[in-house]
Design a protein around this ligand. Structure first.
Ligand code: ADP
Ligand code: SR1
Ligand code: MG
Ligand code: MG
Ligand code: MG
Length: 419
């Protein structure tokens, strides 16, 4: 139910909401400057409304959850508790990785809103930077670190089982998980009214994929992992539209889908979105000129590899330093060679699942309800469809085969060479 006292804000009412709260107001400007503040709604995501207020003292970002999905409208109701999840997840992430998380200044449950640090230009949404052809040398080390710290510190390798279970319960996030089950793990491989694709160019490709029993079985297996493996507190929507970047900084926003799930879901989502940018780059070259994206394409592939390497090596380092204190592999039970064997098995399995999730994420962005600007911004439908066909075939292969039989880095190199 909508919280008592809730009202949807617009640019005028958000100005007065902030002006009435001294702790927020002082971040934008003194009382006599309120009418001069610039206020704009900048939400370009699928779900919520986001306002930026700027005045003589600085800027502030206010994000509000209405009782429905923004990109669909009132026909798709959605819990406003997602704003509690987002503010609590940001706090959990900030506890282990403050360098990559925006500070939250207020969470107001009745208004289903959050006020947080305004990530002012040159911060830009990573997906937008990638569409414009840019590269970000710090992205892989920063995202490797964000993933390792948030996933390790919230896992049972680090925590005692009572603390772990209480966090699992606090982040059950049922409605948001059901949305993910529907739009990622169910609809893309069946006839569903939400689905869309570049038609008629991809009609035959999509028909073949949707009637492929191996793909359907693999997607169902991933849904089982998503629902049944509470391994760590996930961000839950870690695509390139949930990351803001500068040349030297990286900030992860928008964890409203946070819940306890399989680590490979988060790792796979960011890697899959980098791959989508890679496949789209070929299409941008059609208008920008042959070779125009060569440097970006090489960087995207190295960024995938380096993010995985940075993540896995820091995760294992944290495990070596602090893992013995948690209840999953207590030092008294697992040490020396036994610990090394557990770590090898864990990382091998995590990579395999990561690759399969990558396949599912690529497919959903080409066939399902929510597409990506990387591909959508390729204006010519034949050019776009050629990129999407390549990505779909590659995604199907990742989904069905995972990394079976190959060492992690060899698998990335092989798969991308053959794509
Ligand atoms: P949604 O949940 O609807 O996807 P997001 O949290 O992703 O909403 O925010 C939508 C957009 O608002 C982002 O793509 C970004 O452009 C802008 N935005 C969100 N948070 C901030 C922030 N802290 N600073 C600056 N811009 C932001
Ligand atoms: C209605 S589906 C909207 C999608 O946008 C969000 O960012 C999530 O990825 C979700 O699946
Ligand atoms: Mg978003
Ligand atoms: Mg969101
Ligand atoms: Mg995705």
């Amino acid at each position: 139910a909508t919280p008592a006292g809730f009202r949807a804000l617009d640019c005028e009412s958000v100005r007065h909401f902030v002006a009435a709260r001294p702790g927020l107001q002082q971040r934008v400007g003194p009382a006599d400057s309120v009418e001069s503040w610039s206020v704009r709604e900048v939400g370009d995501g699928n779900i919520n409304f986001v306002f930026i207020l700027e005045g003589p003292a600085g800027g502030l970002c206010v994000k509000q959850a209405l009782p429905y999905v923004r990109c669909v409208g009132e026909d798709w109701p959605l819990t406003q508790d997602r704003m509690r999840i987002e503010s609590e997840a940001l706090a959990e992430e900030a506890a282990c990785c403050p360098e990559h998380v925006p500070a939250v200044h207020l969470y107001d449950p009745a208004m289903a809103l959050m006020a947080m640090r305004y990530l002012a230009p040159p911060y830009i949404i990573l997906r937008r930077g990638l569409v414009a052809g840019r590269t970000y040398p710090q992205l892989a080390p920063h995202m490797g670190s964000f993933l390792a710290k948030t996933l390790f510190h919230t896992s049972l390798i680090r925590l005692d089982s009572s603390t772990f279970r209480s966090k699992v319960a606090r982040f059950s996030n049922d409605a948001m998980c059901r949305l993910t089950e529907q739009v990622i793990f169910t609809e893309p491989l069946m006839a569903a009214k939400n689905n869309r694709w570049t038609s008629p160019q991809l009609d035959a490709d999509v028909a073949a994929l949707q009637s492929d029993p191996a793909a359907r079985a693999a997607l169902s297996g991933l849904k089982g992992l998503f629902c049944g493996r509470p391994q760590a507190l996930l961000h839950g929507d870690l695509h390139t539209g949930s990351i803001m970047v500068t040349e030297s900084e990286t900030a992860v926003i928008d964890p409203e889908f946070a819940f306890y799930g399989p680590m490979a879901f988060d790792v796979g989502k960011i890697l899959a979105n980098l791959l989508l940018a890679y496949f789209a780059a070929e299409g941008h070259e059609a208008t920008e000129g042959a070779g125009a994206r060569q440097e970006q394409k090489a960087w995207l592939l190295s960024c995938i590899r380096d993010t995985w390497e940075g993540f896995s090596s820091l995760f294992l380092q944290l495990w070596g330093q602090l893992g013995g204190a948690g209840d999953l592999y207590p030092a008294a039970l697992v040490a020396g060679e036994a610990l090394e064997a557990c770590q090898r098995e864990f990382m091998g399995q995590l990579w395999h699942e990561t690759v399969q999730f990558m396949g599912a994420f690529i497919i959903r962005r080409i066939v399902g309800i929510a597409h990506v600007a990387d591909l959508e911004s390729i204006a010519d439908p034949d050019t776009r469809a050629a990129c999407e066909r390549r990505a779909l075939r590659f995604g199907r292969r990742l989904l069905v085969e995972g990394s079976r039989g190959s060492a992690p880095l060899a698998a990335v190199a092989d798969l991308t060479r053959e794509a």
